[in-house]
Design a protein around this ligand. Structure first.
Ligand code: ZN
Length: 188
């Protein structure tokens, strides 16, 4: 197992739709094990394959709610159904989101409160999870990565301009940038 470098905003693979997984072999198992290790090392609550440079439709997630229920798994070739996103301003604190590919920053974003995730596991077995609140947000965030969308792309004013300013300041927005959890110290 290995911690993988996480690609940063501007890397082409992050901004390109990923292809369905067609081969369920040991290589895929190793990738998923490495993605869990990378997510835990970051640390993060989710990680999509494009973030580690693999243009395939899968993500891992790991999160515990206030009642200490733990949600952890891998979703391969997922489909996501969402409740409507309310047309109102996001709460500045309760609805802040972050991304390991836009590290060290958080911005408010409105998301659907409920989601149904349908996917297959490492054995190709289908499963379905009904999620709400933060788990639903994680699924939406990770699913977006598979379509080449980052939450940064969804920000509304003034947060979109704030994010653009950060990217400019850090020299992000062009290919070739990554960071390695456990090795690289993040600024800010
Ligand atoms: Zn992300």
């Amino acid at each position: 197992m290995a911690v993988l470098p996480i690609r940063i905003w501007g890397e082409t693979v992050l901004h390109t739709p990923a292809a369905p997984v067609t081969v369920f072999d040991d290589k895929l198992r190793t990738l998923v094990a490495d993605m869990f290790e990378t997510m835990d090392a970051a640390p993060g609550v989710g990680l999509a394959a494009p973030q580690v440079g693999v243009a395939q439709r899968l993500f891992v997630y790991g999160w515990s709610d206030d009642e200490a229920a733990e949600y952890r798994g891998v979703a391969i070739n997922p489909v996501l159904w969402l409740s409507p996103v309310l047309a109102e301003e996001p709460d500045e604190e309760a609805e802040q989101e972050g991304c390991l590919s836009f590290p060290g920053e958080r911005f408010p974003l409105k998301r659907a409160d409920q989601a149904i995730l349908a996917a297959v596991d490492l054995d190709g077995e289908p499963f379905e999870i009904r999620a709400k609140g933060w788990l639903a947000r994680i699924f939406q965030h990770e699913y977006d990565h598979l379509d080449g969308t980052l939450y940064i792309d969804r920000l509304y004013p003034p947060y979109d301009a704030d994010a653009a300013k950060v990217a400019r300041k850090r020299g992000w927005g062009k290919p070739g940038r990554s960071w390695l959890p456990g090795m690289d110290r993040l600024e800010g």
